[in-house]
Design a protein around this ligand. Structure first.
Ligand code: NAD
Ligand code: MG
Length: 394
């Protein structure tokens, strides 16, 4: 049976890789909707190529421009254009949609991902921030809505592939090991980190990704967010999730068992692999990426995490231990600080300093409704902005 897909964040790095996989299997997939934010030309081109039923942008003011570009490219394109947060939620929950690729970056993806969970979709989760912000709420929505949450993040997809499918096997899991490449500054002298530029931070040694996640990988907040993501996806306490540096990024993560076995998933550093896996699950389909040639892959090395270099990991652990709205505060402060760094207003080291200050200043509260999560998000953004503007946030 064909899957009917909505791709939230279709013009981003994950969105484009998803469309590349879909293009290989036109008999299996129908595209219901594509969504994007700023790249209207990219979205219009995708409409011409893939002819989705709907295309959605978050702001009403963008609609005329999108319509103009689309008419110019193809006056006969049948795609209907819509705008607004409500429209994003509608295409994520429409009855004819079976599958939602959640690939918007940051908190902007929360409401639509939650709408997909509440309406029982098969969710391919790339937007880790939505789960980090709203862990208990999202997992409850998945259960109550009858959704199927499949991880696309390469580490979590690797863990999912190695994860025991029966209850007995699950009780034998001792820990999971998240691998981290170490990012572009693994070997940069610590005193030089204050001077690194956004361009250097976005030069990831192994993956080509959007700017925000590239900076998160450089600070290692990405691994901190992934630690929280792993706790929710696999029902683990933070002390059962370990991080190990693996600069070659060929082992995407491992599950360790009480009998001394490790199971690992290996593959090229290409997001089409976890995307194709999650799309076809429980079957398999080609992703366009060949198997690794292990005889030329070279040695695989592993190093312990240097916590002084990457204070973001301890901040994420602290937020997960605190629970409630603490991960939402962490995420929002990080989004503000990363945006300021990318705009040239903040030095690299100050990203984690800002987040630590926000976590110190704001109390953690219960996280049972979307409103509570969004209120925590607003407060943390406000507090981070005051810190960045040099004003006393108290
Ligand atoms: P990206 O910046 O390349 O793309 C982001 C997409 O979200 C774009 O389509 C953009 O138009 C849309 N978007 C941005 N702001 C929006 C808003 N306010 N409202 C609606 N749409 C908006 O990012 P990416 O690298 O593709 O990452 C997307 C998500 O996937 C992130 O949560 C990231 O952490 C996760 N992820 C990415 C990778 C990767 O390899 N790129 C790997 C693992 C997880
Ligand atoms: Mg990852």
């Amino acid at each position: 049976m064909k899957q009917h897909l909505t791709i939230l964040g279709a013009t981003g790095s994950i969105g484009v890789s998803t469309l590349e996989v879909l293009r290989r299997h036109p008999e299996c997939y129908e595209i219901h909707a594509l969504t994007a934010h700023r790249n209207l030309l990219g979205l219009a081109r995708q409409c011409v190529d893939f002819r989705p039923r709907l295309a959605v942008v978050p702001e009403a003011a963008q609609l005329d421009e999108l319509a103009r570009i689309l008419r110019m490219l193809d006056p006969h394109c049948p795609t209907v254009l819509r705008a607004g947060e409500g429209a994003l939620e509608e295409v994520a929950s429409a009855p004819e949609v079976t599958t939602v690729m959640a690939a918007i970056v940051g908190a902007a993806g929360l409401a639509s991902t939650l709408a997909a969970a509440r309406s029982g979709k098969k969710i391919l989760l790339a937007n880790k921030e939505s789960l980090v912000m709203s862990g208990p709420l999202m997992m409850q929505a998945v259960v109550q809505g009858g959704a199927c949450l499949l991880p696309v993040d390469s580490e979590h997809n690797a863990i999912f592939q190695c994860w025991p499918k029966d209850e007995g096997g699950r009780s034998g899991v001792e820990k999971v090991l998240l691998t981290a490449s170490g990012g572009p500054f693994l070997n940069t002298p610590l005193q030089d980190l204050v001077k690194v530029t956004p361009e250097q931070a976005c030069q990831h040694p192994k993956w080509r990704m959007g700017k925000k996640i590239s900076v998160d990988s450089a600070t290692m907040m990405n691994k901190g967010l992934e630690l929280i993501e792993a706790c929710w996806l696999f029902g683990l306490p933070p002390e059962k999730v370990e991080i190990v540096i693996h600069p070659q990024s060929l082992i995407h993560s491992l599950v360790g068992f009480i009998d001394g076995s490790f199971l690992a998933q290996l593959g090229h550093t290409d997001m089409r692999i976890p995307i194709a896996h999650a799309l076809a699950y429980p079957q398999r389909q080609s992703s366009g990426v060949p198997l690794l040639d292990l005889t030329v892959a070279g040695p695989l090395t592993f190093l312990p995490l240097e916590r002084q270099r990457f204070p973001a990991v301890a901040l994420a652990e602290q937020a997960m231990q605190a629970g409630g709205t603490a991960p939402a505060l962490l995420n929002a402060a990080n989004e503000v600080a990363v945006a300021a760094f990318l705009a040239g207003h903040l030095n690299f080291r100050a990203i984690t300093d800002t987040i630590a200050q926000v976590l110190d200043q704001l109390p953690t509260q219960a996280c049972t409704t979307l409103e509570e999560v969004m209120e925590a998000d607003r407060r943390a953004r406000h507090s981070a902005e005051l810190i960045l503007s040099g004003r006393n946030p108290c």
